[in-house]
Design a binder for this molecule. Structure first.
Ligand code: AMP
Ligand code: ZN
Length: 483
């Protein structure tokens, strides 16, 4: 199978054909760095990280160019800085650093490019000027507005028709707008807000223009794939297309939208205990707290357990299942490692490595089918079961065990899991667990020394709850999570 992608614009699954297989380009709208990301915000970077891993495997790591931007100019950033009485740069660098460290814990590989809005003011201003020159934008009262009526395909991505939109208009009607749906490319800043000089007066860019300007500068048009959450389809991505196309005066070209991005992918939304996450309900789960409370791979597995286009409900059962699934696969790896000892994978012959590589095909087939991660997870289990059978078979050839282990790890790599050694997983993978178990073992030693059997029983029960087995040996107690 070859990669097929569900294209939001065409509303169908299509064979993926890059413009240039030596330079496959992907852009995903990244974080606005004004606060800690919530668990929903982690879905796009994790989903698209799997896509990038697949593209790198297919086209070669050097032939994929992945950009994920950082929005460091935004009203919410200004408000946060004012509230804390600190510089804007302090807020943006604090939350960008937090985002990157959370991403690292989720095994999200860094994008090739992370363009920042503050570093692209010249490109943003140049693109706005090009849109004005092409007759698709106008300056009015210190603002520059995109003239939606100038672009006949406006609405193609989100399936909205401008006439219907106007009939049901609920957008802000500013006196300087020709059409209520005209959107801001540039606006004046308030006295306390950051501002940049421009031909239309000092001010700052609207939100949408940053992505089309940074895409054009860093990747070149058209890009192959543009991704983001489903909420970005309208207005953000619709407006990006309008800007990118009209900056080149192609508003009336046939299939004008193809000149911006060849494929569009959008992930579905995440709910928490079947409810929308919202500050007023008080169910906003911060990614930063989650990755402190459990291994990042558990969070990542949970995020990949549903197909990316489907909604995903985040609940305790999902997390318990995800941890159990990983325990099971790491358990197989632990037993394979014990059997293999210091077996050197380099001693396998080329033909054997080819077989090991072929065993990945079902995983690749699932991922190439519009990134079917639940299907790929099922195939990870099939690889785990095959390895388990070899381990249990006393007659099995050790080379076959090594090959099956390699296939499982390689499939895990594509999904961004199984990145630790089994020892790390069962003892240190969950640093919170490790700290608690070790504290309990110390208390247990003290309780036994004091012959406080009630306390020793309480500790044993707690270890049981944590799914931990303790093995008392001559060198003291060792422990592991039940596999
Ligand atoms: P924001 O910071 O709101 O601009 O969101 C950053 C990214 O997270 C965007 O791609 C959003 O579409 C995505 N996103 C926000 N909330 C959720 C959610 N509950 N589920 C899935 N994706 C989300
Ligand atoms: Zn964007």
């Amino acid at each position: 199978m070859a990669l097929h992608i569900h294209d939001t614009l065409r509303r169908e699954k299509r064979l993926f054909v890059p413009r240039d297989p030596k330079r496959v380009t992907l852009y995903v709208c990244g974080p606005t760095v004004y606060d800690y990301a919530h668990i929903g915000n982690a879905r796009p970077p994790v989903v698209f990280d799997v896509l990038v891993r697949l593209l790198r495997k297919t086209y070669g790591a050097d032939h994929v160019l992945y950009a994920r931007n950082v929005t460091d100019v935004d009203d919410k950033i200004n408000q946060k800085a004012a509230k804390e009485g600190v510089a804007i740069g302090e807020i943006t660098s604090r939350y960008e650093a937090a985002y990157l460290s959370d991403m690292a814990l989720l095994n999200v590989s860094p994008p090739d490019l992370a363009p920042h809005v503050t570093e692209h003011m010249n490109e943003i201003i140049a693109q706005i000027q090009a849109i004005i020159d092409a007759g698709s934008a106008y300056a009015a009262e210190g603002h520059v507005l995109f003239d939606v009526a100038s672009y006949p395909s406006y609405g193609a991505l989100s399936g909205r028709n401008l006439d219907d939109m106007i009939a049901g208009a609920r957008v802000e009607v500013a006196p300087y707008k020709k059409n209520p749906h005209d959107f801001v490319l540039w606006k004046p800043s308030k006295p306390s807000e950051p501002s940049w000089p421009s031909p239309w007066g000092d001010g700052r860019p609207g939100w949408h223009i940053e992505c089309s300007a940074m895409i054009e500068k860093n990747l070149g048009l058209p890009i192959d794939i543009h991704g983001g959450g489903i909420d970005l389809t309208f207005p953000h991505h619709e407006n990006e297309i309008a800007q990118g196309v009209c900056a080149h005066g192609h508003a009336h070209a046939d299939h004008a939208h193809d000149e911006y991005s060849r494929y569009w992918m959008h992930n579905g939304f995440l709910t928490v205990d079947a409810e929308k996450m919202s500050k007023s309900i008080g169910n906003v789960l911060l990614l930063n707290s989650l990755v402190k409370a459990m291994p990042g791979e558990v969070v990542r597995w949970a995020l990949l357990s549903a197909h990316y286009r489907q909604p995903l409900d985040w609940n305790q059962n999902l997390l318990d299942q995800s941890r159990k699934n990983l325990d099971r696969l790491y358990g197989v790896l632990r037993d394979a490692d014990a059997l293999l000892g210091d077996f050197d994978i380099e001693t396998l012959e080329e033909a054997e490595m080819e077989l090991a590589e072929n065993a990945l095909d079902p995983v690749l087939d699932a991922l190439e089918d519009d990134l079917n991660t639940p299907g790929a997870i099922a195939q990870l289990f099939a690889l785990g079961n095959a390895l388990r059978e070899l381990i249990n078979d006393a007659e099995a050839d050790i080379n076959d065990v090594a090959m099956a282990r390699w296939s499982l790890l390689e499939a895990g790599y594509l999904m961004g899991v199984l990145s630790m050694t089994s020892d790390q997983w069962f003892e240190g993978g969950d640093s919170g667990l490790k700290a608690e178990v070790e504290a309990l073992l110390e208390q247990r030693t003290a309780a036994r020394a004091e012959k406080n059997w009630g306390e020793a029983d309480r500790i044993r029960d707690r270890l049981n709850e944590l799914n931990v087995v303790v093995m008392d040996g001559p060198q003291g107690a060792t422990w592991r999570v039940k596999g």
